[in-house]
Design a protein around this ligand. Sequence first.
Ligand code: AMP
Ligand code: MG
Length: 486
Amino acid sequence: MKALADLVFDNRFARLGDAFSTPVLPEPLEQPRLVVASAQAMALLDLDPAEADTELFAEIFAGHKLWSDAEPRAMVYSGHQFGVYNPRLGDGRGLLLGEVVNDAGEHWDLHLKGAGQTPYSRMGDGRAVLRSSIREFLASEYLHALGIPTTRALCVTGSMTPVWRERQESGAMLLRLAPSHVRFGHFEYFYYTNQHEQLKVLGEHVLSCHFADCLSAENPWAAMFRAVVERNAALIARWQAYGFCHGVMNSDNMSILGITFDYGPYAFLDDFDAKHICNHSDDSGRYSFSNQVPIAHWNLAALAQALTPFVEVEQLRETLALFLPLYQAHHLALMRRRLGFTQAQEGDGELVERLLQLMQGGAVDYSLFFRRLGERAPAEALRQLREDFVDLAGFDQWAQDYAARTAQEGADQTARRARMHAVNPLYVLRNYLAQNAITAAEQGDYGPVRELHAVLSRPFEEQPGMQTYTERPPEWGKHLEISCSS
Ligand code: AMP
Ligand code: MG
């Protein structure tokens, strides 16, 4: 266990030089106060959880103090936003403070979001508000608890610094952890500015730090692209299986590591709706729930374009074609487990497809459906779940087929319940739960956000006294409008 002051830095990205990032110091927030910290994320840095209660912790993560070995820098990148290429983006309100090497020898980027203006801030104020920082914190740690690859969140620090959005709010900072903050958009930036020497440096950096397995391949770049396609197929399958809607899948928000990155107006589905659009600013539904699959493919194609100086187009095309079948195989495997099946059988895919079609247009809570399906023996569970469906005849036929399929897995309901509960969360990060915690935090009460984080860190385990967190959303909670302005 370490104290904050004892962290060891090895700033590999900073050493790539000024073509890749610019030195910028954080602009401190006034009267910082710790809102919430993740002991699990602190453990990634070998930090003693008691460090979160020190004054130094809030000072560092509000930009007042810095380790002498940190080298805060704003990274440059570009990317496709809503399908349109934006030639110059970058860390407009976040800084890569440095890379910490933990006792296991792993490197973790420390990225302070909301740290003030940088050369990439364009018209922005460089700030993040409390509400969006809490939302990213909760989601990062919750997706991790669900087993979905994601950046992590160490803490949120609140302050008295006023920040103007649609109304006056207060500034906050989020400390984000990831093995790398390199995005698809980093590659696009060097490709489209014709800095192919720098593109080579970037690719070699990413290969040696994060895709070392690919270095022995005939063409390491091609092998890396294949690994990125594979990781994204696995990632998006998890999003779809668990009802996670990202909301802003611009190519600058896609991690080269295939982890969930840059949380904005995200949502977990309440009632199942394949067409759900969680981003209030997404008029055309480009990033609707079901579009996440083709959009991930689209973003991979955008990355492929930026790799054309190093990999033959035909090879990139062949690798891209792997995305959809890989995605489908992962998704089916996850849905089988959610339905309680241990073996793969012909017809499982159709059973899943039919279920999702029956859910569409009904009032079926996507998460609780699976939890309740495992809670009791199939016949009884199905009878209770029936009332939320609209096409009752269709549901009855499905229920009959599901019960027959389940019978082939054996009659042990205790085992079935245990294996289903292990993959079907009881606690879900719903927008209304986050909103309630945010409302309290905005009034200075951090108890609710801390409790919500604690409950969500063990989403599969029933926790005594936490019944209220399992409830379906109130009507207002289903229609919260969350926009990009955060
Ligand atoms: P996002 O929508 O959060 O992924 O951000 C898109 C781009 O806008 C990134 O380059 C951000 O750094 C930048 N950006 C977002 N909000 C701000 C802000 N308040 N101040 C400066 N830059 C921002
Ligand atoms: Mg972004």
